[in-house]
Design a protein around this ligand. Structure first.
Ligand code: SIN
Length: 320
């Protein structure tokens, strides 16, 4: 009797997992986002035994170049697949901005079949390329019954991270991702998929898919931070030339979220002009506070999505 096989949609967006170099042992001639999704799947022997795989090429970019509308495109494709086939999704992505996409999708997608992001640190042409293994593991996690209802997951180097905590912290290393003090959600290895932690704090009702993307800028408090960047933005805003208008500022503070007094004065001017201002700790992942340990980059994603929920007329307008 034929068994019912899980269906998994693999969405490819580029990154090093689809990257090539001209040498196998160095990154000479390296380019991200070259190979198509069919090539990625062809490099993973046995992946077809894990699930019935379908695939779509969404784009083929270096993730440092991604723009928020890509999150909208991914949400629409995941939703369509869920509606049509009720299956899980694996998203192949670059590592550099993976934490932003993972967290944006985590905030936007309602609970449902698993959504797993994966990536690679070494291009597909490298000795010991990590992409095929990561893609294989991502599909294993996606079809695992324990993966459902945990929010968006990130699978790299045998580790299952939650989207709220995952962060690329070691630029040159194959085990580049870390989940900070809360730790990863599980492992995937020769022994199978094992979830070791649930993260009840990670869930909030999904936000609506934005129809516009407000401007939320990230500024840093540091020695000598005098607020000039903030005031330059406000001057452009007053002149009416900043499009979209500045709706929010996330400040990467010093240490646990302290801010230079001179920068604070400029932030107060921004707040008085209707700009939403939030301060994040320098390294994130500190429990507690309004945004519960999000790093500044993810806090910016959250603020962007929250401000995008407001109708256009409530967004700050430049003074007349
Ligand atoms: C990228 O983020 O697209 C390039 C770097 C990587 O995937 O490791």
């Amino acid at each position: 009797m034929p068994t019912l096989r899980s269906k998994v949609l693999v969405l490819a967006t580029g990154g090093t997992i689809a990257g090539v170099a001209t040498a196998a042992a160095t990154d000479a001639g390296y380019r991200a986002g070259v190979l198509d999704v069919a090539s990625l799947l062809a490099s993973v022997p046995g992946i077809e035994l894990l699930a019935e795989i379908r695939s779509e090429q969404v784009c083929n970019i270096d993730s440092k170049d991604l723009d928020p509308p890509l999150w909208g495109e991914l949400v629409r494709r995941v939703q369509r697949w869920r509606d049509d086939e009720g299956g899980a999704c694996v998203i192949c992505h670059g590592t550099d901005a993976l934490e932003e996409t993972a967290y944006a999708l985590h905030c936007l997608l309602p609970p449902g079949p698993a959504v797993v992001l994966t990536a690679a640190m070494l291009p597909a042409t490298a000795l010991s390329a990590d992409g095929p293994r990561n893609l294989y593991d991502a599909v294993r996690v996606a079809v695992d019954a324990g993966a459902t209802g945990r929010g968006v997951l990130c699978v790299l180097h045998g580790t299952v991270h939650g989207a709220r905590d995952a962060s690329k912290v070691h630029a040159p290393r194959v085990d580049a991702f870390d989940s900070g003090p809360r730790g990863p959600l599980g492992q995937v290895d020769g022994g199978g998929v094992r979830f070791t932690r649930i993260d009840p704090g990670a869930f909030a009702p999904p936000l609506a898919l934005p129809t516009h993307w407000p401007r939320v800028e990230l500024v840093c408090s540091h020695a000598g931070a005098d607020g000039a960047v903030v005031r330059a933005l406000l001057a452009q805003q007053r002149g009416g030339s900043l499009r979209p208008a500045l709706a929010g500022l996330v400040v990467m503070g010093t240490a646990g979220g302290t801010v230079h007094a001179a920068l604070q004065a400029a932030l107060d001017e921004a707040a008085a002009a209707g700009v939403r201002v939030v301060v994040a700790p320098r390294h994130g992942n500190i429990d507690g506070g309004a945004y519960d340990g999000l790093n500044a980059v993810k806090l910016r994603v959250r603020m962007l999505l929250e401000l995008a929920q407001q109708p256009t007329r409530q967004r700050p307008q430049p003074p007349q």
